[in-house]
Ligand binder design. Sequence first.
Ligand SMILES: [Fe+2]
Ligand SMILES: [Fe+2]
Length: 164
Amino acid sequence: MERCNKIISNPDYQGYLQQTGALEAKRIYCRHNFEHLLTVARLTYILLLENGFPYISREIAYGAGLLHDIGRWQEYTEGKDHAEASAEMADPILKEAGFTLSERSLIIKAISQHRKKLDQKMHRSPLSKALSKADNLSRLCFLCTASDNCNKPDRQAHKGRLVY
Ligand SMILES: [Fe+2]
Ligand SMILES: [Fe+2]
């Protein structure tokens, strides 16, 4: 997991997380902090293993999870879709960490698609599907005090469910 450690210690990565953290300081809904990114990374890998894709490495699964929301602050400051922003910011960080071109394109595509509904007819890789599902499963809606006002219909459906 050496390359994932390089992602986490990248100064740009840490700066993006700090920017999002400052902008979400008073947010009552789910935040997009490191804890969320790590939970999504772990769940992505679990889903890939459970669904028969063990050839997608743990580093690739974690690379996608750890980076999938790093552009969230740009959605707050510039109104840019955070999946697209995160995909753009992820590439140089992945490159610096030593991910190959084909690994980077797989991860970046999954990040750019992570907000899209799973039933849309676009081509999606197993990594892309696992990342989106992991993102939804990561939230502890049954514990959330703001869930009654949450505007995410899929989150409402998770209120009665425990953890994955
Ligand atoms: Fe997201
Ligand atoms: Fe997320």
